[in-house]
Ligand binder design. Structure first.
Ligand SMILES: Nc1nc2c(ncn2[C@@H]2O[C@H](COP(=O)(O)OP(=O)(O)OP(=O)(O)O)[C@@H](O)[C@H]2O)c(=O)[nH]1
Ligand SMILES: [Mg+2]
Length: 451
C-alpha cells in the first residue's frame, strides 16, 4: 500500500497532452529529482507548476506538473500528475524515468484500489468510475455518475442501518429479557420491518435489468425473410448507407451493425441475413447466424413485406420466437397490402416504409414504450450495476426471507438474528465493508491502466 506507483493515465497515442500520474508517499521527491523549475517539495498543495523534465543532462519535455498533497487527493496519498506532450515516445520516456527514479508501474485500476483501501470511495463508487470511463451514451454516463456520486452506496447503507438497529433490538431482548425498560420486540413489529426490507431488496433485484439497459444499451436484431427491406430499415435508422441494398433476395450475408441513441440510450442495431431455406453455403451460414442473434437479442424487429401474403410457415416461425421480445414491422406500406392483419392480432405491429419516416418514427416510439425507456431514467438511477451486486442482494433477500419464516414459526430470537446478520454482511460486501483480497484483485484488474 505504501509503494510509489506510476502510470500513463491518458490513452497512449498521438494527442496534444498526455498525463503521467504517480501516487505514494515519496512521489513529490521522486518527480522533483527530474524536474527543472520550482522546488516541488516546497510548492503549495494543489498547484500546477511549469518546468522541464530533465534526465542525465538531457531535456526530455516541457511540462506542467500538478502537485497534490495527501489527504485531499483521489488516492488519499500524495499525487503528482505530469502533463507532458502527447504521443508515444515522450510519454513513455517520462514514465520510464519515473520508474528508474523509484516508482513502480501501477497495476490496472491500482489508483482506484488505493482510493478504496484508503476509504475515499466504496466499491459501488469504484465500479461506477470504471463504468463512467466506459460509457458510450448519455444515459450510461448519467447512470455511472449517479453511482460515483454515491447514490447506490447510500441506498445499500440505508438498508444496512435498518438491519443493524433491528439486530440491536433483538440482542437487547435476548441478552436481558427480564429488564422491564427494554422495548419488547413484537413479532408484528419484527415481521413488518423485515418485510419492508425484503420488498426493497426485491425491487432492487427486479429492476437490475434496467441498469443493464442504461449501461450496455439494447441489442435489437432486424430479422425476416429475404428482400423485405431489413437493410433499408437499418440504413434509415442509422441515417447512413451502411448495408448494401438491392432487389436481389439474399443480398445481406453477414451481420451489419450500427448504433443509434434513443432518448439517450444506446441501441445496437443488427441487420441480419434474410431467413430462408437455401443450398448456398455462404447464405446458409448467414441464416444460421441470424437465428443465433435472435436467441441473444433484447428485441427482434421482425420485418414483413406487406405487399406479399404471409405464409403459414412464416407465421409459425414468428410464433416460435417466444423467447425474445418482438415488434412486427409491416414494411412497404407504400404498396398495396396483401396482409390479413387479423392473423397478427396477438403481436405488436407497426406499419411503415423506408421512403417516409412515419413508420420508422412509430417503430422507435414503440421501442421506447416497450422497454419503458423514459421510466427507467426517472428513478434516480438507483439500479444494481453488475452480476456481483445482483448475486449479493439475492443472498441478502434469501436471508431476510428465512428470517421472516423464522418469525412466523416463532423460532428463538437468536436464530432470527443470525439471518439478519447474514443479510447485513451480504449487503456489506456490495459496498466493500467486508471483502476478500481475491475479489479486489478481480474487480480492479478490469480497470484501465492509470485509473
Ligand atoms: N416499395 C418499397 N420498397 C422497399 C421498401 N424498403 C425496401 N424496399 C426495397 O426492397 C428491396 C430489398 O431491400 P433490402 O433492404 O435489401 O432488403 P433485405 O431484407 O435487407 O434483403 P436481404 O438482405 O436480401 O435479406 C430493395 O429493392 C429496396 O429498395 C419500402 O418500404 N417500400
Ligand atoms: Mg439485407
Amino acid at each position: 500500500m505504501n509503494e510509489n506507483i506510476c502510470a500513463i493515465s491518458t490513452s497512449l497515442g498521438v494527442g496534444a497532452i498526455s498525463i503521467v500520474r504517480c501516487s505514494g508517499p515519496d512521489v513529490v521527491d521522486i518527480v522533483n529529482k527530474v524536474f527543472k523549475g520550482k522546488d516541488l517539495t516546497k510548492v503549495a498543495t494543489h498547484t500546477i507548476n511549469y518546468g522541464h523534465i530533465f534526465f542525465e543532462g538531457e531535456t526530455i519535455d516541457e511540462v506542467l506538473v500538478s502537485v497534490m498533497r495527501a489527504p485531499n487527493t483521489f488516492t488519499r496519498e500524495d499525487v503528482v500528475e505530469i502533463n507532458c506532450h502527447g504521443g508515444i515516445a515522450t510519454t513513455n520516456r517520462v514514465l520510464e524515468i519515473l520508474i528508474i527514479e523509484g516508482c513502480r508501474l501501477a497495476l490496472p485500476g491500482e489508483f482506484t484500489k488505493k482510493a478504496f483501501l484508503n476509504g475515499r470511495i466504496d466499491l459501488t463508487m469504484a465500479e461506477g468510475i470504471n463504468d463512467l470511463i466506459a460509457s458510450e451514451s448519455e444515459e450510461a454516463r448519467k447512470y455511472a455518475m449517479s453511482r460515483v456520486d454515491g447514490n447506490l452506496y447510500k441506498l445499500i447503507t440505508k438498508e444496512r442501518d435498518v438491519l443493524v438497529s433491528l439486530q440491536a433490538e433483538l440482542e437487547v431482548n435476548f441478552d436481558f429479557p427480564e429488564e422491564a425498560d427494554n422495548p419488547e420486540v413484537t413479532n408484528e413489529h419484527l415481521k413488518g420491518a423485515l418485510e419492508d426490507i425484503a420488498h426493497d431488496l426485491k425491487e432492487l433485484i427486479d429492476s437490475s435489468s434496467n441498469g443493464a439497459i442504461l449501461k450496455n444499451g439494447l441489442d435489437v436484431a432486424i430479422v425476416g425473410k429475404p428482400n423485405v427491406g431489413k437493410s433499408s430499415i437499418l440504413n434509415h435508422l442509422l441515417d447512413q448507407n451502411k448495408a448494401i441494398v438491392t432487389n436481389i433476395a439474399g443480398t445481406t450475408r453477414d451481420i451489419v451493425e450500427g448504433t443509434i441513441s434513443l432518448d439517450g440510450i444506446k441501441i445496437n442495431l443488427i441487420d441480419t441475413a434474410g431467413i430462408r431455406q437455401t443450398d448456398d453455403l455462404v447464405e446458409k451460414i448467414g441464416v444460421d447466424k441470424s437465428k443465433e442473434i435472435l436467441s441473444t437479442a433484447d428485441l427482434a424487429i421482425y420485418v414483413i413485406d406487406s405487399s406479399e401474403e404471409i405464409s403459414k410457415d412464416e407465421l409459425n416461425f414468428i410464433k416460435s420466437l417466444d423467447n425474445v421480445k418482438k415488434i412486427i414491422f409491416l414494411n412497404k406500406d407504400d404498396l398495396n397490402s396483401k396482409i390479413d392483419e387479423d392473423i397478427l392480432k396477438d403481436f405488436i405491429v407497426v406499419k411503415g416504409n423506408t421512403f417516409n419516416p412515419h413508420g420508422l418514427d412509430a417503430l422507435k416510439n414503440k421501442i421506447i414504450e416497450l422497454f419503458n425507456l423514459n421510466g427507467i431514467k426517472s428513478k434516480n438511477y438507483n439500479y444494481l450495476s453488475n452480476a456481483r451486486q445482483v448475486a449479493l442482494v439475492k443472498k441478502a433477500y434469501e436471508a431476510i426471507n428465512n428470517a421472516i419464516k423464522s418469525v412466523d414459526e416463532l423460532y428463538p430470537l437468536e436464530m432470527i438474528a443470525v439471518d439478519i446478520k447474514k443479510a447485513y454482511d451480504d449487503l456489506g460486501e456490495i459496498i466493500g465493508a467486508t471483502y476478500k483480497d481475491e475479489l479486489l484483485d478481480e474487480l480492479f484488474s478490469k480497470f484501465c491502466l492509470g485509473k
